[in-house]
Structure formats: C-alpha cells, structure tokens
Design a protein around this ligand. Sequence first.
Ligand code: AMP
Ligand code: MG
Length: 335
Amino acid sequence: MILLAVDPHRPDPAALEQAARVLRDGGLVAFPTETVYGLGAHALDPAAVQRIYQAKGRPAYNPLIVHVADAAAARALAASWPEQAERLAAAFWPGPLTLVLPKHDSIPHSVTAGLPSVALRVPAHPVAHALLRAAGIPVAAPSANRSTAVSPTTARHVARSLGERVDVIVDGGPCPVGIESTVLSLAGPVPTLLRPGTISVDDLRPVIGDVALPSGATHATAARPSPGMLDRHYAPRATVRLVPGAERARVLADAAESVDGGNRVGALLLEDARDARIAPVVRMPDDPAGYAARLYAALHELDEAGCDLILIDPPPDAPAWSGVRDRLRRAATSP
Ligand code: AMP
Ligand code: MG
C-alpha cells in the first residue's frame, strides 16, 4: 500500500495523477471526501468494482455511490434527469447530497447491486474533486472501512481498517462533514429520503417541495430501498447505549459488576459529567455540524482505548440532528 500525503486545499497534482492512474488501471484508492474517506474504484470496470466488495467484506446486495467531478458527468450516468435533479444539483453540488436516479446502461450491475437505479454524487472536497478530474472516469466509492464498522474520517482510520487491502491511501487530513451523505431517491414517483445526513429535509423542501420519508423501512427485515438502512451499521467494537444524563447513574450502577470486573466504560457527552467510573469521556460539540464532524473519530478513539461499553447522551430530536441521530441509533443496535 502506498500512502500519499497531500495538502487538503491545494493537493499536489503529481500525487493525484499517480492515484488517478491506479484508479484507471483497476486498482483501489482510498481518498478523502468532505463526508468520510471513500474506497474508490473505476465504476465502469466490473473487476475493479468487485475488489471493493472483497476489500470491505461488503454484501453484494449493498450498492455503491458513484462519484463524479460535476453535474454534467452525473447526468451522463442517469437514464433520465428530472427537473428536480437539476435544481438539487444547482443547490447542493458539489456537496454531501447523493441522488438516486434510473441508471444508464453503462453502469455495471455490481455497482447498483442489481437495482435499476444508480446513486450519484459530486463531492466538494478539493482532493476528491481534483482526483476525479485527473482520473477522468466515474469512481464508485463506499466508505473506506470493513463492512458495518465505523466509517473513517482520517487516513489512519482507513489504514487500520483496510491496511494492505487497498493499493493507495491519499491522506488529505480529517473529513470536515464527518458523516455520510444524505441519500435522496428521485427514481420513484415522489422524492424520497433514503438516508439522512447533514443536508436535512428542511434544506431540501424549499428546493423541490415535499420529500417523503421511507415508510417504516428502517425496521423491516425485507429488502431495503437503501442499504445504508441496515440496522447495525457504523458500529464500533464496544457495545453502544444511548442513555440520557438522568439515567446514567442507574445504568452505571447496573453495570458496576462488569466495571469492577475490569470492563471499561467510555462516553460521548453533551455536558461535563465527572464520574470516576467513566473514562475516557469525549465532550461532544452541541451543534449538529460540529457533532457530526467529531462523531466517528470519537468512536474510533474509545474503541482504541479498549472500551467495552460506550454511553452516549442522545442529541435533541430535531430535523438538523437527524443524520447524527440515525448514525447513533445504528451504532447502538445489537448485532
Ligand atoms: P456507503 O458508500 O457505505 O456510505 O453506502 C452507500 C449507500 O448509498 C448505500 O448504503 C445506500 O444507502 C445508498 N445507495 C447506493 N446506491 C443506491 C441505489 N441504487 N438505490 C438506493 N440507495 C442506494
Ligand atoms: Mg459505509
């Protein structure tokens, strides 16, 4: 594996050309986007796409997001491009919004897990953008971690999770948004939110009108419209529990036996709470954007500290927090 460190704002063109060549030749390149690090491969090369599934241990039914440098390139990969796509692209691209549209014939079935639709995104991160321009091809890129684990927001997280399974890691520093993109389907009769992110329905509605939320899909056991809906996902090794401050003492008392037995309890808290039984404590930002940017790194830190149990203060139940709350709920779901 080759590690290429670049300036996040002005990446070295020679380094990116080296990574772009690996992509064009069918290799795997991990690179920073504004959301999380992506594990990229040539989206029109089925053998390259297959390597993504192998490296991640990702089930074949979980489709990939295809990343391109601009809206014109995205449009070329969709069989149809409704007015709503045009408006959303103008309002939110480049940025952390993924649009699901009927797929063009050029997209291999493995990219879409056999679905007739394809997920498309134009990332805003200068490194991702320059890499896509240099590569000149669409790049399929799920998060650069083993399947179901916490997504990576630094190159070190990628190296720890995937190591030699990847050909190149482009290190462009920490990801500023920190949780995965909002996924919106325009492939059906009504625009439908498939995965919440930092762009909320309150941001989308002024641009395209009403947005449907998936009907109970998060608890169904049947096929999901969007596999980001897998219940257990984004999960650290430790057991994660969402526990309001008022219940923390009781939960700790219940856990006392296992704490005394050497088990370690860490926490992500929205307030200062000194309790000798909890260490480490990560004090989380109290705004959704700050919280999202910190979340995965904090979970990685507590995992690395050897925590067996992670207690998390539930954030407010408001639309701006829905992306963060979704990831916390999935991290807390038992296997
Ligand atoms: P990841 O790249 O690991 O963040 O996962 C990509 C996510 O994009 C999937 O888990 C789905 O939620 C979504 N996605 C990708 N392609 C499609 C598609 N054709 N239809 C619906 N959702 C999709
Ligand atoms: Mg992922």
